[in-house]
Design a protein around this ligand. Structure first.
Ligand code: BJW
Ligand code: ZN
Length: 246
């Protein structure tokens, strides 16, 4: 039984700007494994070891195998009740922003309008030499896609030690600062600078709501925490919104 605390109901009544900050956990119910924790795909391989440029240069074939495997999973996945509930919020609030660490495109496929992608997108690629951009139709030679200039093509995602897309981070910070409610959903909140947005939300007085199956690094600074699955909790909060707004 999911109870919606009265302080959240009060806040939903007066709020206009809602931010949803999401991580791998929101896509878990779509069948996409998370990075860390019991069901994480990276339990055997540390994320820092695989998702970095040096690992790619040392063994591009292995890193590409991993991305091709994950691409297949994301292609065969569908947005779940959590992604879809977030889209519905747009009917009831003037400004709804999704800030995601995920590269899986599921918020876009669900229909969310404003989405900032902090860690890139698994469906995009670029040549590390001439920067030419490629979609997913890549020509693999011996397990590695090459550009027409001869350079290596890499996925357009953010690896450790790399800067986040400047415009996406700036817009995310602006949306966070001006948000009335900041939802933190399905993220372990250990990877920076993305996780820093939760502290920014706190600093600027946003009402912070966490939805996660476990407690996290940021649970203690949240106003409300739901220990549960995003695909179950979000539709319940949406039901409450519908009641308030009807
Ligand atoms: C559910 C659920 C359900 C499950 N419902 N919930 C020391 C201190 C601080 C920072 C650093 C440091 N040393 C180095 C750094 C910086 C580093 C960093 O943060 N490292 C820390 C890990 C220590 N950060 C960087 O390097 C970043 N860049 C940077 O800082 O640039 C500046 C710079 C430039 C030059 C030199 C030095 C600095 C870049 C970070 C890039 C992260 N990239 C990845 C891979 C993306 C591509 C890909 O997908 O392959 O992004 S790593 C991976 O982690 C991915 C994710 O977006 C990110 C966050 O993971 P997320 O989403 O939180 O997933 P999980 O698995 O951790 O958690 C899932 C959660 O869901 C869990 O809590 C579950 O309980 C929950 N859950 N089912 C609700 N149904
Ligand atoms: Zn090239």
């Amino acid at each position: 039984m999911i109870e919606i605390p009265s302080k959240l109901i009060d806040k939903l009544q007066t709020s206009e700007k809602i931010v949803f900050f999401t991580g791998a956990g929101i896509s878990a119910e779509s069948g996409i494994p998370t990075f860390r924790g019991e069901d994480g795909i990276w339990n055997k391989l540390s994320p820092e070891e695989l998702a970095n440029f040096n690992a790619f240069m040392k063994n591009p074939k292995m890193v590409w195998e991993w991305y091709q495997y994950r691409r297949k999973i994301t292609h065969n996945s569908q947005p779940n009740a959590g992604h879809l509930a977030i889209v519905e919020f747009e009917k009831y609030f003037p400004e709804v922003t999704v800030i995601t660490q995920n590269v899986d495109n599921l918020h876009r496929r669900a229909g969310s309008k404003i989405i900032y992608e902090l860690h890139g997108n698994i469906e995009k690629n670029y040549c590390i030499k001439c920067k030419k951009r490629y979609d997913e139709d890549l020509n693999f030679e011996d397990g590695i896609p090459k550009c027409e200039c001869g350079g290596l093509i890499r996925p357009d995602v953010v690896w450790f030690g790399e800067y986040l897309p400047v415009d996406q981070l700036r817009k995310s910070e602006e949306a966070t600062i001006s948000s009335d409610i900041f939802f933190v959903i399905g993220t372990s909140a250990v990877v920076y600078p993305a996780a820093g947005l939760v502290y920014t939300a706190r600093q600027y007085g946003s009402f912070i709501v966490e939805i996660n199956i476990d407690s996290t690094e940021v649970s203690k600074i949240c106003d409300v925490t739901f220990q549960g699955k995003a695909g179950e909790v979000l539709p319940k909060i949406l039901d409450e919104v519908r009641k308030i707004k009807s």
